[in-house]
Design a protein around this ligand. Sequence first.
Ligand code: AMP
Length: 405
Amino acid sequence: MKNNETKKIMVVNCGSSSLKFRLIEMPSEKVIIKGLFESISEKNTPDNFTSKYKIGDYSCNAPIRSHTEAVQILLDYLMKNKIISSYSEIDGVGHRVVQGGKYFSKAEVVDEYVKGKIKELIPLAPLHNKAHLDGIEAFESIGTKLTNVVVFDTAFHQTMEPDTYMYALPYEWYEKYGIRKYGAHGTSHKYVANKCAEVMGRPVEELKIITCHIGNGASISAVKGGKCIDTSMGLTPLEGIPMGTRSGNIDPTVLEFMNSVDPEKYTVQELLRILNKESGYLGVSQLSHDSRTIEENLDKNPLCNLALDIQYKRIADYIGSYYVHMGGADAIVFTAGIGENSSRLRREVLKRVQVLGVELDDEVNDKVRGEIAEITKPSSKIKAFLIPTEEELMIARDVYEIITK
Ligand code: AMP
């Protein structure tokens, strides 16, 4: 097969009750159609349901009980609207998988071994990996032979050294249960680091880049010579900086303390739910997990200020730490929902790391949003960039490479 052959690739991101998709034509990288299924649940019945979906401009409320049903609705829509004339016109499906553990450092074609490993890793990402398997099986069940490929969020971080990915915990926890740092958002960190090198007109192999993926989930990576050498998320996405609803790093003793306050209310499971779903911006501000709402209420609510200040400070701490770990930095990149849209976050973070030699161009920073831009002055020792992430595109590129190989 030639490597410029046109292929249609479906990129899928399954959450526990959602399925996001994007059908992309390759190698032109043109998005044919995209959409989202929400509130998928076995509890939905024809008379009582919360599920809905959007495919392109078309929206519909409908009872959707499983990812398989969502895939069926999606494919029927594509056929009915002549976006494809048969299922086999989809050449490959790329599934985003949150946890690949120590097993996967690159994209893989799905087979029984791969599925077995994703299943084995469910305890490390209970909601996500189970949903990814549902998504894979949904596409396997449509009865046509298409190539399913998995692209792991953890793969890019597999180049970390043991002194970085190991926790100082009993070693047998690592040996027996795989307890270590795996990281997340790897596809995004890899994409923006490479794009940054392209924008700087220098080989990524020569550069030290700190990538800040700041969305509802948020993580920071140190990318040296194109390889990840450190990242802020850990065994799970809970570690690192505070996020929309996640606490980021805390002293684990807080759990024992709160459990002793009310053992029945604050079970370990409940405490972890609070750390994951009711902390971060939401926990501190008592108002919202959404950065837009927080920023809009800064004048009225001091807790909104505090929620952001805690996060900015921690982001600056990571940047400082990665600067030391890499022996300097050439660039700092901001990406994802908040990194791309909030000039305030970029300004406040860069202000806190000014000492490293970052000179922000306020005028440019205030103006740009959702587009590639250099936001530091030409004299700045460390350059800072806004680079929109393209995780779906990276997944489509991996699938395309595999199926045309
Ligand atoms: P993500 O998880 O990458 O989709 O990012 C979600 C976060 O990005 C939410 O906190 C949003 O408030 C934030 N976000 C998205 N669009 C904007 C915007 N235009 N201005 C400020 N924040 C935004």
